[in-house]
Every structure is written in structure tokens, then in C-alpha cells.
Design a protein around this ligand. Structure first.
Ligand code: BDR
Ligand code: CA
Length: 308
């Protein structure tokens, strides 16, 4: 059997971030979660750093360090995502587990150190890209040191916080632009992919009621998430979990090279992600197709099979 692949998750939990972390913790044979870095986004940094620890401690994985990173975007004033994720960022759902502290050091330095000591590190970034952008400014050679970067962000056809912009890119468009211009060549999981896989209200209730693994807690968080996005919607998009799925289940995704750019102008286009799939100079690879049913089946299966 191949050894588990080292992965650092940069996140802003956030309910779908929490599901992404649980999914990563659920697959120790495939992924070795070497660290979690947190960033301001769905909530202020103190909230996202606390929630990453709550999930880690609930998962019983105290050995995984959680680092706090950047408390605000590079340029813009922060506009947090509390309406969707609740005031505590995890839908007010109680999670058991002994609480452990934050690791010493800054999240940006943790990314640099982990990339320096592991030649095969994958970084999965599922929040605003501030930490990654600052790390790349601090050490431009980082782009050549990370084996693979998978980013949940951007919406090519449309946004979700404005008609043009997706939340993670809108929160810090200058950071997104810096990351795309760095030579990192990330794999992008945009809204165009994540919005093809809504988890329905009935499947959320199945998770909440099944009593298996971490499904009850995941179901409780997703029920609040669904209420906050609107019960008239057919379900919820578990955006960030798809970014974890891409390296683990490559058979489910079709990926194409593209030249991506981000609008950083003030006004209604701010945060728009533009993709040129015909470019001769691609700077990213974009998930353009997937098997939504298999993704949701496998994700729910992992949450149910989780052993704490
Ligand atoms: C992204 O925005 C956040 O609210 C989610 O956690 C996800 O990372 C989706 O646009
Ligand atoms: Ca997120």
C-alpha cells in the first residue's frame, strides 16, 4: 500500500471547511494531515482558529498542529461570512472533545516550514488566499517547493457573494491574484464544480439521524447551513470538501489547463475570476467536470465510517 500523502489544509472554518477537515481526518490511509493553518474569512481569525481546533479535538487528532495566520485581507476591509455559518462559525453545534491549544508560530511560517521539510507536500486552500499570498511574497521560491496546491475558490460562470465574485476570491482578490501570478500553478475547484453537487435536505437528515461516525454532528452543522442559505434551495454545496476530494479521488474529476485572472478593480466586477481555456500560457488547472453522485456518496460514506 502507498504511504499516506502529506497535506496541509489552509482554511477558515466555516461549516463546509469543517466537513473538509473531517473528511481529511477520516482517511488516514490516504492523507497525512501535517498541519492546519487558519485565516480570516467566514469569521474573524480568532473564530476560525478556534473552530479548526474544535474540529481537530472532536476528531481526536490532537497531534495535528493548528496555526493562526493572517487576520485580515491584504488590502480590502474584511466582510465576514457569519450569515451563512452562524455567529460561532459552526452553526452553533456542540462538539465533544478535549480542547487543545494553538501551535506556536504564524500560519504563514508554518506553510513555509512544512514546504521546506517535505518535498511532496500538497496544500489544500479552502479559505481566502491571504496566507498563501503572504507566504509567496516572503519566499517566492515557495511556488516551486509545494508539490501540489488545490484551491477552492472562484466562480467562472457566476459568483455567490456578488453576481461576479465567489466568496474566497471576493474576500481577498489581491491575494488571489498574487497566488495566480506566482508560478504556483494551482488546481482550482470553482463554484462551477461545487455547485453541481448539492447535498439534499433528506440526505442531511439521514446523516443527522444515522448515529454512525461523525455523521450526526456533520448533519447537525449542515442542517443549520441549509437553513442559512435558504430552505427553498435544493440542498447545500459542500464546496471545501470537494477540494480535499480532488487529490484523493482523481477518478471523479475532469481537469483542464487555463489562464486564470482576477479582477481587483473597485466596482461590481471586483473579485470576478476569468478563465481562458484556450490560452497557450496556462497558470492553473481547473476542475471542469465531475461525478457529483459519486462524490456525495463517498463523502457521506467517510463521515459515517469515521472512527474517533
Ligand atoms: C467558499 O466560501 C466560504 O463561505 C466557504 O467556506 C467556501 O470556502 C465558497 O464560496
Ligand atoms: Ca472556506
Amino acid at each position: 500500500m502507498n504511504r499516506p500523502h502529506p497535506v496541509l489544509i489552509d482554511c477558515d472554518p466555516g461549516i463546509d471547511d469543517a466537513i473538509a477537515l473531517l473528511m481529511a481526518f477520516a482517511m488516514p490511509d490516504a492523507l497525512e494531515l501535517t498541519g492546519i493553518t487558519t485565516v480570516a474569512g467566514n469569521g474573524p481569525l480568532a473564530v476560525t482558529a478556534r473552530n479548526a481546533r474544535r474540529i481537530r479535538d472532536f476528531a481526536g487528532r490532537h497531534e495535528v498542529p493548528v496555526f493562526a495566520g493572517c487576520p485580515r485581507p491584504l488590502v480590502a476591509a474584511p466582510v465576514f461570512g457569519e450569515r451563512i455559518h452562524g455567529a460561532d462559525g459552526l452553526g452553533g453545534v456542540g462538539l465533544s472533545g478535549t480542547s487543545g491549544g494553538l501551535a506556536a508560530g504564524h500560519g504563514v511560517d508554518a506553510i513555509l516550514e512544512q514546504a521546506a521539510t517535505r518535498s511532496d507536500l500538497t496544500v489544500i486552500a479552502v479559505g481566502p488566499l491571504t496566507n498563501l499570498a503572504v507566504a509567496l511574497v516572503k519566499r517566492p521560491d515557495l511556488a516551486g517547493r509545494i508539490a501540489r496546491t488545490v484551491i477552492m475558490g472562484g466562480g467562472i460562470a457566476q459568483g455567490n457573494v456578488t453576481p461576479a465574485a465567489e466568496f474566497n476570491v471576493f474576500f481577498d482578490p489581491e491575494a488571489a491574484r498574487a497566488v495566480l501570478d506566482s508560478g504556483l500553478r494551482p488546481t482550482l475547484v470553482p463554484l462551477d464544480a461545487t455547485q453541481r453537487a448539492p447535498l439534499s435536505a433528506s440526505r442531511i437528515e439521514e446523516l443527522a439521524a444515522c448515529g454512525e461516525g461523525v455523521a450526526p454532528e456533520a448533519g447537525a452543522m449542515l442542517r443549520v447551513y441549509h437553513g442559512n442559505v435558504g430552505r427553498d434551495r435544493p440542498g447545500v454545496f459542500i464546496h471545501d470538501a470537494m477540494a480535499v476530494a480532488v487529490p484523493v479521488w482523481p477518478d471523479l474529476f475532469e481537469i483542464r489547463p487555463a489562464r486564470l485572472s482576477v479582477c481587483t478593480d473597485a466596482g461590481p466586477e471586483r473579485g470576478r475570476t476569468i478563465a481562458d481555456f484556450a490560452s497557450a500560457e496556462p497558470n492553473a488547472d481547473v476542475v471542469v467536470d465531475l461525478d457529483p453522485a459519486a462524490f456525495l456518496d463517498r463523502l457521506c460514506g467517510e463521515l459515517r465510517a469515521f472512527r474517533r
